[in-house]
Design a protein around this ligand. Structure first.
Ligand SMILES: *Cc1c(COP(=O)(O)O)cnc(C)c1O
Length: 458
C-alpha cells in the first residue's frame, strides 16, 4: 500500500517522453486485416484506385501492413503539444466509492475543444491534405466530435472543410454545429437534398434520422465530384487506428514509468479507432508473445457489430459507393435506433480489430443505454468529469469489472479509455434524468434482414 501511494492521481509525460512515431499494429499481425476491395471488380483496391477518394500519403498508410513505426511529422507533433500528452488518471475516488481492491486508470482524451480523441487523427489527415496542395476535405460526423476535430485541424492548416452531419445529431446538438462553423466549416444535415445519394436515401426512408453510413456516402460523393477535394474519415480505417496509436503509446509509457502492468484494457468501440489506438502497443506485445492482457471492446446493445454481427465483406456506407471492407458488420443497410451515443452508431467495425477479434485476441461485450448512463452519472459524481455517452460504455464495463474484483478480492489493474466529455450530450442526460431513456435492442429478424443484403464476395 505504501508503494501504491507513490502513484500520482495523474501521470503525465514530459514533452521529451512523447511518441515521435505512430505504431502500426498490422506489422505484428500474422493474419493481416483483409484488404479493401473494389466493389465493381471484387479485387483488392490499389493505391491508384484509392487516390481519387483519399489523400496520397494516407493511402500509403492505409495499405502499409508491414512498417511497424511511422514517423509523426514535426508539424503534427507541434500541434499535439497543444493538447498532449493527455493525462493517465488513477481513479482513486471511484475505487473508494466502489469499495473495490481493483486499481482503475483512465486515459482522458477530452481535454481539447473537440472534446474527444478524434483530433489526434484529424490533424494528421489535414496535414497530409495540405501537403498534397488540396483545397479542402469533406467528411461525415455522427455525434459531432469528428466534425469539430476536423474543422479545428482544417482551420489550423487553412483548408476548406465540408461536414455532413447525421440529422439526429444536427438537430439535437445545434451548439456543436456552431463550434464547427466557428472554425470555418460548412455543416449540412444528412441525408440531404444536396447529393444524389442523399436524395435516394430520403426517397427510400422518408423521415429517417440518418446514420453515419448515409453521411459517409454523401461526403464521398461530394469529394469525388469536387476538384481539389478528398474525403477523410474519422474512424474505421487502418490509417485512423495508426494515428490513434498515440493514445496507447502514451498510456504504455506512463504505466511503464511506474512499473504498472494492466490486467485488462477496456474501450468503447464505434468504428474502433480509440480502442485500436489505446490497445495498439499492448496488443503488439500480445501478438509477439511478450505479454498477455485481457482486451475488451464495449459496444451499445442497440448497435452490436462485434457481438451480433457477421464477419464478412460489406460496404462502409449506406449508399454502397465506398470500398468493401471485411469486418464484423450488421449490414450497411442497418440503421440503428436513435441511441444517444452518436459516435457508436456505425454498422461495421475496423477491419484490423475485426481480424484480431476473429482470431481470439480480444473480447467484446454490449451494454444497454440506461446502465451506461448510470455509470456515467456515478463517474461524473466521483471523478468530476462529465463523460461522453460513448466513453461511458467503457466506464460501465470498467465499473462492472471492478465490482467483480470486490467479490473475489482480486487486485486487478484496469485501464480504460475515457474518450471524451459529454457537454454537448445534455439532451441525452436530460432524458436519463427524467427517466425517459429507452433501451432499444434490435431483434434477430431486423439484423437478419440487413445481413441478407450483404454483397456477395468470394
Ligand atoms: C467517435 C467517438 C467514439 C467512437 O469512435 P471510435 O472510432 O470507435 O473510437 C468514442 N468516443 C467518443 C468521445 C467519440 O467522439
Amino acid at each position: 500500500m505504501s508503494e501504491e501511494k507513490k502513484i500520482p492521481y495523474k501521470i503525465y509525460l514530459e514533452e521529451s517522453e512523447m511518441p515521435t512515431a505512430w505504431y502500426n499494429l498490422r506489422a505484428d499481425m500474422t493474419n493481416k486485416p483483409a484488404p479493401l476491395l473494389n466493389p465493381g471488380t471484387g479485387q483488392p483496391l490499389t493505391a491508384e484506385e484509392l487516390s481519387p477518394i483519399f489523400c496520397e500519403e494516407l493511402v500509403q498508410q492505409e495499405l502499409d501492413d508491414t512498417t511497424a513505426f511511422i514517423e509523426i511529422p514535426q508539424d503534427i507533433r507541434d500541434f499535439y503539444k497543444m493538447f498532449r500528452p493527455s493525462p493517465l488518471v488513477r481513479a482513486y475516488c471511484l475505487e473508494k466509492k466502489l469499495g473495490t481492491p481493483a486499481k482503475i486508470y483512465y486515459k482522458f482524451e477530452g481535454n481539447n475543444t473537440s472534446g474527444s480523441h478524434k483530433l489526434n487523427s484529424a490533424i494528421a489527415q489535414a496535414y497530409y491534405a495540405k501537403k498534397q496542395g488540396l483545397k479542402g476535405v469533406t467528411t461525415e460526423t455522427g455525434a459531432g466530435q469528428w466534425g469539430t476535430a476536423l474543422s479545428m485541424a482544417c482551420a489550423y492548416f487553412d483548408l476548406d472543410c465540408k461536414v455532413y452531419m447525421v440529422k439526429v445529431s444536427y438537430e439535437q446538438k445545434p451548439f456543436r454545429r456552431e463550434v464547427m462553423r466557428t472554425y470555418g466549416a460548412s455543416v449540412t444535415p444528412s441525408p440531404s437534398e444536396t447529393t444524389e445519394v442523399g436524395r435516394k436515401i430520403l426517397a427510400e426512408f422518408p423521415g429517417t434520422t440518418g446514420s453515419l453510413g448515409c453521411a459517409i456516402s454523401e461526403a464521398v460523393e461530394v469529394a469525388t465530384k469536387s476538384e481539389g477535394y478528398r474525403y477523410v474519415l474519422g474512424s474505421v480505417l487502418n490509417q485512423v487506428l495508426l494515428h490513434q496509436s498515440v493514445i496507447g503509446l502514451e498510456t504504455k509509457a506512463a504505466l511503464d514509468k511506474y512499473g504498472i502492468k494492466p490486467d485488462m484494457i477496456i474501450g468503447c468501440a464505434g468504428g474502433g479507432s480509440n480502442l485500436g489506438g489505446l490497445i495498439a502497443p499492448f496488443m503488439g506485445e500480445k501478438l509477439r508473445g511478450e505479454a498477455d492482457y485481457r482486451i475488451i471492446a464495449v459496444e451499445p446493445a442497440s448497435c452490436p457489430s462485434f457481438t451480433r454481427g457477421t464477419y464478412a465483406y460489406d460496404f462502409c456506407d449506406t449508399g454502397m459507393i465506398c470500398p468493401l471492407a471485411k469486418m464484423y458488420t450488421l449490414g450497411s443497410s442497418f440503421i440503428p435506433s436513435a441511441n444517444h451515443a452518436g459516435g457508436l452508431r456505425f454498422h461495421g467495425m475496423s477491419s484490423t480489430l475485426s481480424q484480431l477479434y476473429h482470431d481470439g485476441y480480444m473480447e467484446a461485450t454490449s451494454v444497454e443505454q440506461t446502465s451506461v448512463f448510470e455509470a456515467a452519472e456515478q463517474f461524473a459524481r466521483t471523478e468530476g468529469i462529465l463523460p461522453a455517452p460513448e466513453s461511458s460504455h467503457a466506464i460501465r464495463v470498467a465499473i462492472d469489472e471492478a465490482l467483480k474484483c470486490k467479490e473475489t478480492g482480486e487486485e486487478k489493474t484496469i485501464v480504460f479509455g475515457l474518450t471524451g466529455t459529454g457537454y454537448f450530450d445534455m439532451v441525452a442526460y436530460e432524458k436519463y434524468n427524467n427517466g425517459e431513456m429507452s433501451d432499444y435492442i434490435p431483434t434477430d429478424e431486423e439484423i437478419a434482414a440487413s445481413i441478407a443484403k450483404l454483397p456477395h464476395v468470394e
